[in-house]
Write a protein that binds this ligand. Structure first.
Ligand code: 3H9
Length: 655
């Protein structure tokens, strides 16, 4: 017999089993209609004499992708997810979850309320709530430590890390993995399964772990949370299960969830979530198909090139690395193998995974070897002549439909494209170092880039697991242009009276991993110095120019690598440099600037304002497609705190 429990929940009763299917594309989010449908389904199951057991599953590839995030910030509709979850667990008839795919957040809470969980091999479980600035709000913090040891529960909930089916089974979150079709097997279990295996998670004792293990997990998470509230609350709630009963823990969790859900931090993180989805939608590419790419040529196997090669190998591509000589190729090969080996030793990849990657890698000392590449990414020295010569040479080596990507940071990719016979196949793929780790890739649409070339650049970056953001052509693209505005304002602040350490402290308290001057020192001051010297002749003499960084470079202070920069370095730690304060004082005096003390709030406001102004110019010039793209660039490439939503969002909120 078929039932419609709501627009998104249907049921079918067969052989005493009510199969309840959540069908709410695209991710089966637990919207109001889903919650109402589930509530009705379980009320029906309880009352119906032809139902002995229930199987709960999702339509399509996802079980339930969590609460409906679009409902946050609106008036909540009944029934709430905690009510639904309580209804499911409270069922007097056994409930088996057939996890056909990802069970995330509220989706996992629904699964944990079921009395038995059977996972498909493709199932994934996670509590990603902290990434949205919240904690699980429908019992997740209280049920998980009753299925998996407390230290692991702390780690999973406070980091949002996901577990694949096998790992979820080992952790005790999934009871068994299906061999074939998960739904038919779940129905079989519901009919004939051993009733002793069916359990209510809330009635299980908390699985304790040694105090030190819990402490270690908590300390590691909190050290990384940069002042965000949700991870600390997640740790607190999970730990509290040791001392509080289930009902009290649940009440505390609900109160915490509601407070966090309504916080500025959560609103900012929701902005980031939707910004990431928006960034994938590119005007003009709606109906464009990416070209197939299976072999990627990487020219230049230095730090950047080898990072790109590792990212490509991780994503399953065949990689041909190119150097100018056999010796350099050997060194490049060793560098890439070394990085892969490190990932193997740290457990990030398996022995089989390592062997597989190595079988897809070749590094050669001559450009001719790149002929088979579908896509070439150049990561050679950032010099126009070097890059144009390379692209010209590639024209005669690779197929005419192979894509050529430049990783330049500051050169004009249109000039590089003009050196080739087919400029329409040139696109910018601006990676951030280390390229196998950093998530951001600016995909640069050059004047003549063909739509399917742009789409291919996007598709490859996504397959790399990156966050591709489209940018038009401008010096430094989106990120470095904004970073220049930020740098300029930071230097104005110095002239006006702030010390580097005060500026860094203000921005670090705001949530940046490192303040601007610590970043300048880490990156090294010489490249920006060289650029300033190149630009000196064309600089507007009436524009304000701060020469303190030049003075530092003239004194041989090139940053951390040279032992000193804006700071001195003692045993790798930065300490304020009295010499630099003296240079700053001299520079101010030379301009006759009367200094004043500048508070942390003003520092943050001015630096945010500079970034937002820079961003608005990029929007006016149509370099960035949307303000939220700029936020994503600064969050993922420059350490801007995600929980502040990015500079454009933060500036708007602050008015
Ligand atoms: C939670 O559960 C709280 C509870 O503990 C407590 C409650 C009391 N809601 O990512 P995609 C949209 S918090 C609404 O490109 P994929 C998304 O915006 C939630 N919409 O697909 C996009 O829309 P559009 C915890 C959602 O296949 C479309 O679906 N859950 C939601 O690459 C496709 O998304 C999470 O944090 C949602 N929950 O990846 C999981 N999720 O087409 C968040 C997605 O208009 N979701 N949309 O742009 C994900 O991680 C991924 O979407 C997922 C699919 C892995 C599921």
């Amino acid at each position: 017999m078929n039932h419609e429990f709501s627009a998104n929940v249907r049921g079918r009763t067969e052989n005493g089993v009510l199969v309840v299917t959540i069908d709410n594309p695209p991710v089966n989010a637990a919207s109001a209609a889903v919650r109402a449908g589930l509530y009705a389904a379980f009320a029906h199951a309880e009352a119906a004499s032809d139902v002995d057991a229930v199987v709960l599953t999702g339509a399509g590839k996802i079980f339930v992708g969590g609460a409906d995030i679009t409902e946050f910030g609106k008036v909540p509709a009944d029934p709430s997810l905690p009510e639904v979850v309580a209804r499911i667990e409270g069922s007097t008839k056994p409930v088996v979850a057939a996890l056909n795919g990802a069970a995330l957040g509220g989706g996992l809470e629904i699964a944990l309320a079921c009395h038995y969980r059977l996972g498909a091999k493709t199932a994934i479980v996670a509590f990603p709530e902290v990434k949205l600035g919240i904690v699980p709000g429908a019992g997740g913090t209280q049920r998980l430590p009753r299925l998996t040891p407390l230290d692991q529960a702390v780690e999973l909930i406070a980091t949002g890390r996901s577990l694949k089916a096998e790992a979820a089974k080992t952790a005790g979150i999934i009871d068994a993995l299906a061999e074939g079709d998960v739904l038919s097997q779940a129905i079989e279990i519901a009919i004939r399964g051993d009733r002793n295996l069916f359990r209510k998670s809330s009635e299980q004792p908390v699985i304790t772990a040694p105090g030190e293990a819990i402490e270690a997990a908590a300390t590691k998470i909190l050290a990384k949370s940069r002042g965000q509230k949700a991870p600390a609350e997640a740790v607190r709630l999970v730990r509290a299960t040791q001392d509080t009963d289930f009902a009290a823990g649940l009440a505390d969790e609900r109160k915490t969830f509601v407070a966090l859900r309504d916080s500025a931090e959560a609103a900012a993180l929701r902005h980031v979530f939707f910004a990431e989805r928006a960034a994938a939608k590119i005007e003009g590419l709606e109906n464009v198909t990416a070209r197939p790419v299976s072999t990627i040529g990487v020219v230049g196997t230095g730090l950047m090139g080898s990072g790109i090669a590792v990212a490509a190998l991780d994503a399953g591509y065949r990689v041909i690395g190119i150097e100018q000589t056999d010796e350099a190729a050997q060194r490049g090969l060793e560098r890439i193998v070394g990085m892969l080996d490190k990932n193997f030793k740290s457990g990030r990849i398996t022995e089989q995974g390592l062997a597989d990657r190595l079988s897809r890698l070749t590094v050669r000392g001559s450009l001719g070897e790149i002929a088979a590449a579908d896509l070439v990414i150049e990561a050679v020295f950032d010099d126009l002549a070097v890059k144009t010569n390379l692209f010209r040479a590639l024209d005669d080596i690779v197929r005419p439909d192979a894509i050529l990507a430049t990783n330049t940071s500051y050169l004009d990719p249109d000039v590089i494209a003009a050196a080739t016979r087919y400029p329409e196949r040139v696109v910018g793929l601006h990676f951030f170092s280390p390229a196998n780790i950093m998530r951001l890739v600016e995909v640069v649409r050059c004047a003549k880039t063909a739509p399917e070339v742009l789409a291919s650049g996007f598709a490859v970056a996504r397959k790399f697991g990156k966050l591709p953001i489209i940018s038009g052509v401008t010096e430094g693209f989106i990120g470095n242009r904004i970073f220049s505005a930020y740098r300029r304002e930071a230097e104005f602040l110095i002239e006006d009276g702030a010390e580097p350490r005060e500026i860094d402290a203000a921005m670090e308290a705001y949530g940046l991993a490192m303040g601007p001057f610590a970043v300048f020192d880490l990156a090294g001051l010489e490249i920006a110095w060289a650029r300033r010297k190149r630009q000196a002749a064309s600089r507007d003499p009436s524009a304000r120019y701060v020469d303190i960084a030049d003075r530092l470079c003239e004194a041989g202070r090139f940053g951390q690598k040279s032992g000193s920069g804006w700071y001195n370095y003692e045993a790798g730690k930065r300490v304020p440099a009295p010499e630099v304060s003296a240079m700053i004082a001299e520079a101010r005096a030379a301009k006759g600037i009367v200094t004043r003390s500048i508070g942390a709030d003003e520092i943050v406001a001015r630096l945010l304002g500079a970034m937002a102004d820079g961003g608005r110019k990029l929007l006016d010039e149509k370099i960035a497609a949307r303000a939220s793209d700029i936020d994503l660039v600064m969050i993922n490439g420059y350490g801007f705190p995600a929980h502040k939503g990015g500079p454009m969002y933060a500036a708007e909120i602050q008015g």
